[in-house]
Design a binder for this molecule. Structure first.
Ligand code: GLU
Length: 465
């Protein structure tokens, strides 16, 4: 174990999206690579917007991606006592103050500041106020220094400096007594012993504010690494317009978690010109220094390409287990049907997603074949009866129903009918599959097995009669 401690700190206000998943992945990889600790913290202080459903969705997505954590999940909603105590500490030390300005007053001040061309900053009315009007609602504000500057050495972006004069006296506790994000994130990151905070660069502006609070609370300041945003193909911030942004929707669409992980990591991180990385490769190769400074551009075609790669090279037994689930979703049960891993092997080369694989595999398991009318009209016409009869005759005779045995049987059918395989194949395919698209006929026959194959051919023959 090293003393590196990192965290993923999602707000449970929706599903786990692509950007959040990548942040989680980078933290996970860093922890595993450095043999440190990966913490999961659910930032649910915004009670109105946080839901259990979102929390469950986030946990489920992390599990799907294989991002296991060592500590947590911690819930900020269970830590309010701690935050209260820290607010009290700052108040007692004169590092925070009660602000009694009403929303209306603040709005007037904000407008005046904007008119005067300044930043809409709190004007500090209550900063040095010593009375405590009884029964008047108040927020607690952090007393930020007005002079000097705050600098940090971002591990991805390099040194970043803010002038303290630009920073506001942030509200750390609302009128209802609940603490705010910038405050609790500091208390938690410090109390949980974070050594480096890796998060999206939409938080860069928060960092100097947070550093000042670490200092005020007497905590050591961790390191920071801000990961660039993910953009859509038109270079605007990734949104639903660019395709699904929820990680779990990709699972529904038939993507494998290893493809998703491989895809996510390359959105902003590189290792030479390599493209294919297993989780183990990543744990070995990942370095924050190789995270780019520029935003990553989301490219669904590349994700699809990776998915088809992992389907092609995947273990048929494992893909088989997944296939069963995807088949169930389209109402197909594998019970009593051909061996699932054998079915997978016939489809791995062509299916780009597990949904496609399930659609392609359904014919193996359907009790009643659905026939494509056009295919039937073209290939299952009355004049093909002798072809089907010959195929049935030869396949019945076949002693071994493997590739070689089936090939031999078809050799005999060709001799018997005087037709080329190109004429026989499509007829047999429609009889076995119901349509014109399937793995090779020999594969289909072998996987279906002698009994089922013959039954389907006989049914086609009956249809012609
Ligand atoms: N809860 C914050 C968010 O989801 C992240 C906080 C952080 O990483 O500091 O944006």
């Amino acid at each position: 174990m090293s003393d590196l401690r990192v965290r993923f700190a999602p707000s449970p206000t929706g599903y786990l999206h692509i950007g959040g998943a990548r942040t989680a992945l980078f933290n996970y990889l860093l922890a595993r690579k450095e043999k440190g600790t990966f913490i999961l913290r659910i930032e649910d202080t915004d009670v109105a917007r946080s839901t259990q459903e979102s929390t469950d969705a986030i946990l489920q997505a992390m599990d799907w991606l294989g991002l296991s954590y060592d500590e947590g999940p911690f819930y900020q909603s269970e830590r309010f006592d701690l935050y209260k105590q820290k607010v009290a500490q700052l108040l007692a030390e004169g590092k925070a103050y009660r602000c009694y300005c009403t929303a209306e007053e603040l709005e007037v001040k904000r407008e005046a500041a904007m008119k005067a061309g300044g930043k809409p900053k709190y004007d500090g009315t209550c900063r040095n106020r010593s009375d405590q009007p009884e029964g008047t609602p108040f927020v607690v504000r952090f007393k930020a220094p007005h002079e000097g500057e705050t600098t940090f050495a971002d591990r991805i972006k390099g040194p970043i400096t803010f002038q303290n004069a630009e920073l506001d006296d942030l509200i750390i506790q609302r009128t209802d007594g609940t603490p705010t994000y910038n405050f609790v994130v500091v208390v938690d990151d410090a109390e949980m012993g974070l050594t480096i905070v890796v998060r999206g660069d939409d938080h860069i502006n928060n960092t100097p504010r947070q550093i000042l609070m670490y200092q005020a609370l007497g905590y050591p300041v961790p390191e920071f690494a801000h990961v660039p945003m993910i953009l859509g193909s038109d270079k605007s911030r990734l949104s639903k317009r660019h395709g699904a942004t929820s990680v779990m929707v990709y699972r529904e669409m038939g993507y494998l978690p290893e493809a998703m992980v491989n895809y996510l990591v390359r959105l902003g991180w590189s290792f030479g010109d390599e493209e294919i990385f297993s989780m183990d490769d990543l744990i070995e190769k990942f370095r924050l220094e190789n995270v780019g400074k520029a935003a990553g551009v989301f490219n669904p075609e590349k994700l699809l390409w990776l998915n088809s790669h992992y389907i092609k090279t995947g273990d048929p037994a494992r893909l088989g287990e997944l296939l069963v689930e995807y088949l169930e979703k389209i109402g197909v049960s594998v019970a009593g049907g051909p061996d699932v891993p054998s079915v997978v092997k016939t489809l791995q080369e062509r299916a780009k997603t597990m949904v496609e694989m399930a659609e392609g595999a359904a014919f193996y398991y359907k009790k009643e074949l659905e026939f494509d009318e056009k295919a039937v009209a073209k290939f299952l016409t009355a004049d093909r009866k002798p072809v089907i009869e010959a195929v049935i005759e030869q396949l019945e005779k076949s002693e071994s129903f493997d590739h070689d045995g089936i090939e031999k049987a078809f050799g005999a059918v060709m001799a018997q009918t005087g037709l080329k395989l190109g004429k026989i194949g499509p007829v047999v395919r429609v009889a076995l599959v119901g349509g014109t698209v399937s793995p090779s006929i020999f594969e289909v026959l072998e996987v279906l097995g002698q009994e089922k194959s013959l039954r389907r051919l006989q049914a086609a023959l009956n249809m012609l009669n």
